[in-house]
Design a protein around this ligand. Structure first.
Ligand SMILES: NC(=O)c1ccc[n+]([C@@H]2O[C@H](COP(=O)([O-])OP(=O)(O)OC[C@H]3O[C@@H](n4cnc5c(N)ncnc54)[C@H](OP(=O)(O)O)[C@@H]3O)[C@@H](O)[C@H]2O)c1
Length: 278
């Protein structure tokens, strides 16, 4: 029986469908997917045996109790208005569009609403999924959603007003980490050694993986890690001192910029939702 629907099969939609199936917590035959480009539906059919696909978003709304809306924020309202006639008081919409307020989705659709910020790291069944449920979502429903997402990530419940900052620390973080370590690699290359860029990248990436394991498996905190590696008067300590001096300003500036940008996007989305509503 179909339980879970997906509207939108782009970067996030396809990642969620693929990872949820691989987690084994849902069977392909319990899922139905629709997306805009019809040729993609054929690809989904070929790739994922037994999954239901439809050219019609309304069919997804008619047949699934839980509906993941995986379209861009400016496309959310159009999709909600389209599927609204098929939404019942039992429908639970799971929206991944961070800048669309839950209240708006509730008002337009009449459904129960869960907000989700997934992360690309769920492609390897890791990282954090941020969730927030509206009051209408029952214990049983929230448990079902969190069990599903728990198969592809650690689930963290966050208040809606804290989503933006939390998203910087989770869904944006793979991009930030890549940018930080690309800069570090560039700098290593400028030091004039014979190491190739490829070797330098491998050293950093494998060390990142090992460091993450130490944090998680040995339950080490940041201070403890620094203490273990940066012995007094040693080499690492010199580097750590530079970071401690320079990085607070860099990160403060990063948050200032990203949160400012989120505000601009949120205002644009909210005004677009309001304008179209009138
Ligand atoms: N990328 C991330 O790391 C990330 C992380 C957290 C949250 N998010 C959020 O996830 C959402 C989706 O992002 P994305 O990166 O996956 O975008 P994307 O790759 O552009 O995917 C959007 C999908 O929506 C489909 N679509 C558009 N209009 C539709 C309609 N009327 N009916 C059915 N399907 C429709 C598109 O179909 P076509 O391809 O056929 O046009 C596309 O498959 C956004 O709200 C974003 O803010 C993204």
């Amino acid at each position: 029986m179909i339980k879970v629907g997906f509207i939108g099969y782009g970067s996030m939609g396809s990642m969620l469908v693929g990872s949820l199936i691989r987690s084994g917590r849902i069977k392909p035959e319990e899922m139905i997917v629709s997306t805009k480009t019809q040729s993609k539906l054929e690809d989904i059919r070929k790739l994922r045996e037994n999954i239901h696909v439809s050219e019609d978003n309304c069919e997804v709304a008619r047949r699934a109790k839980y509906i993941f809306i995986c379209v861009k924020p400016l496309q959310v309202k159009e999709v909600l208005l389209e599927i609204k006639p098929y939404i019942t008081s039992d429908t639970n919409i799971i929206s991944i569009a961070g800048s669309v307020p839950m209240k708006f989705i509730e008002q337009v659709s009449g459904a129960k609403v869960t907000k989700l910020t997934p992360s690309l790291t769920s492609e390897v069944m890791d990282g954090i999924s941020l969730v927030c449920h509206s009051n209408a979502v029952s214990e049983e429903e929230s448990r079902y959603i969190e069990t599903l997402l728990g198969g592809v990530s650690t689930v963290k419940k966050v208040k809606e007003e804290d989503f933006e900052l939390a998203a910087e620390l989770t869904s944006c973080m793979p991009g930030f980490i890549a940018a930080i370590f690309r800069n570090l690699t560039d700098s290593a290359m400028r030091q004039g050694s014979g190491l190739s860029r490829e070797d330098a990248e491998e050293m950093i990436i494998r060390t990142l993986q090992g460091t993450a394991k130490l944090f998680v498996e040995k339950n080490m905190g940041f201070d403890q890690m620094i203490e273990r590696v940066a012995t007094k008067g040693g080499i690492t300590e010199e580097g750590v001192k530079v970071f401690n001096e320079r990085l607070p300003g860099v990160f403060d500036e990063m948050f200032r910029k990203t949160l400012e940008k989120r505000k601009v996007v949120r205002e644009k989305v909210e005004s677009n939702l309001g304008m179209e509503q009138a």
